[in-house]
Design a protein around this ligand. Sequence first.
Ligand SMILES: Nc1ncnc2c1ncn2[C@@H]1O[C@H](COP(=O)(O)OP(=O)(O)OP(=O)(O)O)[C@@H](O)[C@H]1O
Ligand SMILES: Cc1cn([C@H]2C[C@H](O)[C@@H](COP(=O)(O)O)O2)c(=O)[nH]c1=O
Length: 221
Amino acid sequence: MTEAGRFVTFEGGEGVGKSTQLDLLAAHLRARGLEVVTTREPGGTPRAEALRKVLLSGRIAPLGTLAEAALFAAARLDHVQNLIAPALARGAFVLCDRFTDSTRAYQGARGGVAPQQLALLERAAVGALRPDLTIVLDLPPGVGMNRAAERRAARGLRADRFEAEDAVFHEGLRRAFLDIAEQEPERCCVIDAGQPVDAVARAIRQLVEARFLDAQAAAAQ
Ligand SMILES: Nc1ncnc2c1ncn2[C@@H]1O[C@H](COP(=O)(O)OP(=O)(O)OP(=O)(O)O)[C@@H](O)[C@H]1O
Ligand SMILES: Cc1cn([C@H]2C[C@H](O)[C@@H](COP(=O)(O)O)O2)c(=O)[nH]c1=O
């Protein structure tokens, strides 16, 4: 449930195309004259971006997955309070690269943090805020990991804390995101991310227009 705006999150494993598709949707919505705020997790505000650096460096990993989950929640609290909630209150479309489902998948399903503990952290960080729509980009993990590795090589980067996990971890993540989508079909929509970029973008545009913009136009008539 959001305030006046629309909150759309992009989820899925590594290299499935979340940032590519988020940018394309943002450009499409801006061309229609809408205010769009693009952001990401962990991150989105200066304090949360600082926490992102620590989390992805792997320096927190020795403290255990519960500590990591708590730090993701701390970053999210700052992000929601200082960027997401104000933008939604203004009536903007907020497009966010990863949100609470990533914690459920990475720290919960794969990291072994108990659902009750995750629920407490989630409530503390986001209160009653829920995405209006979550786009789950689905891809065999091998394909996504290859895409992510090529992107890293082009930028001269090394694998981060989570990219460095093994194939079993990434296979489990894919299942975790699909399970979340099955459990919340009204909020989540799974899209085949193995299609060419343009085809994925078209599917996302159609979904967003049908969900938010066609209904708005019909109501205005
Ligand atoms: N549909 C596609 N087909 C082929 N390549 C793609 C497709 N979508 C994105 N890519 C490429 O794959 C790489 C990863 O894409 P992107 O950064 O958008 O993924 P991501 O899900 O945001 O990754 P991460 O979670 O690792 O940050 C980029 O080099 C991008 O150009
Ligand atoms: C929000 C969130 C993220 N993660 C992990 C997932 C990714 O490996 C990184 C973020 O990197 P990206 O290139 O921006 O996708 O962090 C997580 O484990 N838990 C979370 O809640």
